[in-house]
Design a protein around this ligand. Structure first.
Ligand code: NAD
Length: 316
């Protein structure tokens, strides 16, 4: 039987939470932890192994180094500088690009030929950076995009209408950041559009919806100001993305995917619903947007492109 191998680079709060979710959900057979602080990676492996007796699947977990990357199925990068109270995700771009350059050069020297999963911020930029530095096909680089924002959105919509979050079908797309776009026009509950429930003449309901999208957009600073970091939501989201790849689920997830004409844009990675399977991103789903959503998405694209230009990474 094929042994699935995941290498995690960056064992900070996000990385450690992801590792814990992988173990708890029995998603991979082998998990290797790498961090510039190798003692931290070693300690996380020891701590996770301490729970193995109670886990449903005997995952082989140890700390490692870049030599472990050659035959990995997935390399997940959560390394980098973490978000602070007053900085936006885009502020990290330059510093994390430097860190990614050295990580990806080291990984590619081993002959790695699998899939990169990226969570480090600004995630849309870091996903593009990984594609550029690795030279791998576009569909084998997947950023977590708006997975976390979409989960927050569906949770709040479910809570508002008092239905199970799993019965809300809707997406937040665009930048994983302030210019994200909640797609109200295509959100459904039990196959019925929520627009039917949100009477456009009802100012109260309109205001409630705005409050929900504001809370989704501002969730990260609001958590970070209280506990210093966000990690459970992204940790479980990363585990879901990993499972979709390793189990060839063809699951539709709002990841940071390369646009090649979809939504009228090219040459950037941005959060859009995409089909995810064993070979990576199989298809970008071009969902229908109303005019206001389209204008917001164009603005989001512009913001990401300005940052890519600043880093001098685009193909022009
Ligand atoms: P953290 O500071 O706790 O952990 C970062 C880890 O990266 C540290 O352990 C550090 O030693 C390691 N690291 C730094 N440089 C390295 C290198 N060159 N090689 C290997 N390891 C290196 O930060 P965190 O809270 O775990 O966040 C990690 C990243 O995830 C940040 O960029 C953060 O903004 C991002 N994040 C993304 C989402 C999302 O939805 N995509 C959500 C939350 C956090």
């Amino acid at each position: 039987m094929k042994i699935n191998k995941v290498v995690l680079i960056g064992t900070g709060t996000v990385g450690a939470t992801y590792a814990y979710a992988l173990l708890n959900q029995a998603i991979t057979d082998e998990l290797i932890l790498i961090d510039v602080d190798s003692e931290k990676a070693k300690a996380e492996a020891m701590d996770l192994n301490d729970g193995m007796y109670y886990a449903d699947h005997p995952t082989q977990i140890r700390h490692g180094d870049f030599n472990d990357c050659k035959d990995a199925d997935i390399i997940c990068i959560t390394a980098g500088v973490s978000q602070t109270k007053n900085a936006t995700r885009l502020d990290f771009a330059e510093k994390n690009t430097e860190i990614f350059k050295s990580i990806i050069d080291n990984v590619m020297q081993t002959g790695f030929d699998g899939i990169f999963v990226i969570a480090s911020n600004p995630v849309d930029i870091m996903t593009y950076v990984t594609w550029k530095f690795s030279g791998l096909p576009k569909g084998r680089i997947i950023g977590t995009g708006t997975m976390l924002d979409t989960s927050r959105y569906c949770h709040l919509i479910g809570e508002y209408f008092d239905v199970n979050v799993k019965d809300v079908n809707g997406y937040v797309i665009g930048e994983h950041g302030d210019s994200q776009v909640a797609c109200l026009s295509s959100t459904t509950i039990g196959s019925r559009p929520i627009l039917e429930k949100l009477d456009t003449n009802d100012d109260m309901k309109q205001k409630d919806f705005k409050d929900i999208t504001d809370r989704v957009r501002d969730a990260a600073p609001s958590i970070i100001s209280r506990k210093g970091a966000t990690f459970y939501g992204i940790g479980i989201g990363l585990a879901k993305l990993t499972r979709a790849i390793l189990r060839d689920e063809n699951a539709i997830l709002p990841v940071s995917a390369y646009l090649n004409g979809e939504y009228g844009h090219n040459d950037l990675y941005i959060g859009v619903p995409s089909v995810i399977g064993r070979k990576g991103i199989l298809q970008v789903i071009d969902i229908e947007l109303d005019n206001a959503e389209k204008v917001k998405l164009d603005k989001s694209v512009q913001i990401i492109k300005e940052n890519l230009n600043m880093l001098k990474l685009q193909n022009d």
